[in-house]
Design a protein around this ligand. Structure first.
Ligand code: GRG
Length: 302
């Protein structure tokens, strides 16, 4: 597959998921809803339809495609996952958490609206994700909808992303060990990425062994995603040495790249991509896009 085809395919997935999210978050109340408060809806749209790489949706769509899952269903689950990802960013930006004014090059939701609107927009996006999974419009049998619901709840909650965020906040008052950093990151960043890959296997009705393989693939690229993120921060911080350092560095938070250095991280990233590739080798050409996404995640510059 040519790089141009890869970029075109990623772009097509991003466009498709954005179009669907735009429709879902339109002003007309949907089945079972009493009304859609205009300002809250605008805050939700601001948090979701404001750019973003849409990596998680691409992983859902491509992993479902590999198992022959229904494309429109994969797209809806991709949209649900993106709602949860965006909710986490909206809440992460709040003054009580990371206190950021800019996200994806635009004012954060609490800056463009207010804190209450940002909290409610996050709450509504999280809830809406589960509504999408359960909806009649999502073409999937009840047993698999239940499996998706369970896996998504676990990925987003106490033992997943929200729990990882809590551990990360703890790191402001004490230094985490390397093991604790690894666990925190597997939860905070890794859990949703792992779900993205597992979701495709569920949608495509893959057998247990194949589903476990996709879970492992998701874990590997989740770790790669975080390592790359921390490496980009580390390099940016070194470039601004003597000026304002990055937020994490300022708070004294450890990351694996800051503990082990740039060369170690680059080697680790290469090893993770190779492992991801080996895992999906049995699927041959059908896994091309997923393997390319793994490499892209490990090499991205933003
Ligand atoms: C508030 C429950 C709760 C959780 C917040 C995801 C998160 C947990 C915090 C975001 C902080 C952060 C920068 C984490 C590092 C990795 C990460 C999730 C980056 C953002 O994801 P991208 O790069 O973002 O996919 P885009 O904008 O492309 O969607």
């Amino acid at each position: 597959m040519q790089d141009r085809d890869f970029s075109k395919t990623l772009k097509a997935h991003a466009t498709a998921v954005e179009r669907l999210l735009g429709e879902m978050l339109s002003s007309a109340p949907q089945k079972g809803e009493i009304a859609r408060p205009e300002r809250l809806l605008a805050a939700m749209r601001h948090g979701v339809l404001n750019g973003g790489k849409r990596m998680r949706p691409a992983l859902v769509i491509e992993s479902a495609r590999m198992f022959g899952g229904i494309e429109s269903t994969a797209l809806r689950i991709a949209a649900a996952l993106e709602c949860i990802h965006c909710y986490s960013l909206v809440h992460d930006d709040l003054p009580a958490m990371d206190d950021d004014d800019i996200r994806r090059g635009q004012p954060t939701v609490h800056k463009a609206f207010d804190e209450a609107a940002a909290i409610l927009a996050g709450d509504s996006l999280l809830t809406y994700a589960f509504e999408i999974v359960a909806s009649d419009e999502t073409e999937l049998d009840a047993a698999r909808k239940m499996q998706l619901t369970l896996a998504l709840a676990r990925a987003a909650g106490l033992g997943g992303m929200a729990g990882g965020q809590a551990l990360d906040l703890e790191a402001e008052s004490r230094t985490l060990s390397e093991g604790e950093i690894t666990v925190m990151q597997a939860m905070k960043t890794g859990a949703l990425i792992r779900f993205a890959c597992e979701a495709g296997a569920i949608i495509g009705n893959a057998e247990a062994g194949e589903r476990a393989r996709l879970v492992r693939f998701g874990e590997i690229i989740g770790l790669a995603f975080q390592l790359r993120d921390d490496l980009l921060d580390l390099v940016a911080d070194s470039a601004t040495l003597g000026k304002a350092a990055g937020k994490d560095a300022a708070r004294g938070k450890g990351t694996l790249p800051s503990l082990h250095g740039i060369a170690w991280t680059e080697e680790k990233l290469e090893a993770l991509v190779a492992e991801a590739q080996t895992l999906l080798a049995p699927y041959g050409e059908k896994a091309d896009m997923l393997v390319k996404i793994a490499a892209y995640i490990a090499q991205r510059n933003h």
